[in-house]
Design a protein around this ligand. Structure first.
Ligand code: NAD
Length: 343
């Protein structure tokens, strides 16, 4: 089913989406993006003239199901995309990250879409000791993580022979994207050093996290879309690599080493309540998926872009601040008329 495949990406203008969408176009797929474009449409500027790309500015909570006509695959990424943003307005987070995605999945099935892939997160493991697999108990601590779990449950229930459902739990992403996010650990560490000559580290530095480059996230989607249905239907995969599980203090040292800077740290925040070290054996064994890029690769590309001045840290790169601004100025209101909104 791979040629002439029509893919709809919700949240396609976001940090992952604006790397994923060009990758899908390069692979030859037709791509439709459904996004509020809270971070602007310019994130997809490099592919905006591609005749196989359609942009639809709408909301997962109330879009017209007609846009799913003739779509083969839905990659559902639209969400308020991190723990602190999720706490700004927990009800809205549940509405978008859970109910919005449950709606996308249900309408996809009703519209004859063949495959549905949910972007979930390893943050669902919360605080746990040991190496965690897809079979490990979860511990969702925040509204963001709870909404992810609810979205996983509702999507999985819809899986059938004709509607192939795959749930991907991503490690924390890093690396350059046209919609840059400096609220992500590696990216924020590089920026912190660039601006203040000190690497910001969230207390107390012993917490574990898995990491993955944004280009490897895009490759994971390509891998899943090309995998036979029996290997992915109803399946849950952690997406990342065993080698890139880091304790946050060691991560900061790795960032410093890779961009050849003296290691100088600056602590911030309260002690992190989340810590999880993840096994990525299943996706490797079952789909033959391996990541290519390291924390060093990501750090160097961001540092070099900051030095050249091709990348800057506007308020839009700090997700929670930007969403706070949108919420305060009512631009994220439920009843918004999209056409008249300056986003
Ligand atoms: N970046 C990470 O480290 C990471 C890790 C694990 C999982 N994820 C998941 O991957 C997905 C994408 O993350 P990202 O980093 O690209 O985030 P992002 O914030 O950069 O992108 C999210 C996109 O969704 C859009 N959006 C938000 N609400 C919408 C709505 N109601 N209707 C339509 N569009 C809407 C936004 O405009 C934005 O373009 C999210 O579901 C996130 O939870 C991300």
């Amino acid at each position: 089913m791979f040629r002439n495949v029509h893919v709809l990406v919700t949240g396609g203008g976001g940090y992952i989406g604006s790397v994923l969408v060009p990758r899908l176009l390069k692979e030859g797929y037709k791509v439709k993006v459904l996004d509020r474009f809270f971070f602007g449409k310019e994130t997809l500027e490099s592919v905006s003239k591609n005749p196989r790309l359609t942009l639809i500015q709408d909301d997962t909570r109330w879009f017209d199901p007609k846009i799913l006509k003739n779509v083969d695959v839905v990659m559902d990424l639209a969400a308020l995309s991190n723990d602190p943003s999720g706490e700004l307005d927990p009800q809205k987070t549940l509405d978008i990250n859970y109910k919005g995605r449950a709606r996308v999945a249900r309408l996809s099935k009703e519209s004859g879409v063949k495959r549905y892939i949910l972007a979930s997160s390893c943050s669902i493991y919360g605080f746990r000791d040991g190496l965690l697999s897809e079979k490990s108990p979860i511990n969702p601590l925040t509204t963001y993580a709870k909404a992810n779990r609810l979205a996983e449950i509702s999507a999985k229930k819809l899986a059938s022979k004709k509607f192939i459902v795959t749930l991907l739990r991503f490690a924390t992403v890093f690396g350059y994207s046209p919609r840059m996010r400096f609220d992500l650990a590696v990216n924020g560490m590089v920026l912190g050093f660039f601006k203040n000559k000190q690497i910001p580290i969230m207390r107390d530095g012993t917490q574990w996290r898995p990491f993955i480059h944004v280009k490897d996230v895009a490759e994971a989607y390509v891998k899943v879309i090309k995998s036979p249905a029996d290997k992915i239907n109803g399946e849950l995969f952690n997406v990342g690599s065993d080698e890139q599980n880091y304790q946050i203090l060691s991560l900061a040292k790795e960032v410093a080493k890779s961009i050849k800077i003296p290691f100088k740290k600056k602590w911030y925040g309260d002690p992190d309540s989340r810590s999880y070290k993840i096994s990525f054996k299943k996706i490797n064994d079952k789909l033959g998926y391996k990541t290519k890029f390291t924390v060093g690769d990501g750090s160097r590309e961001i540092y070099s872009a900051l030095q050249k001045g091709t990348l800057t840290d506007s308020i839009k790169t700090r997700t929670v601040e930007w969403y706070k601004y949108l919420l305060d100025s009512k631009k994220i209101a439920d009843s918004i008329v999209i056409k008249n909104t300056v986003l």
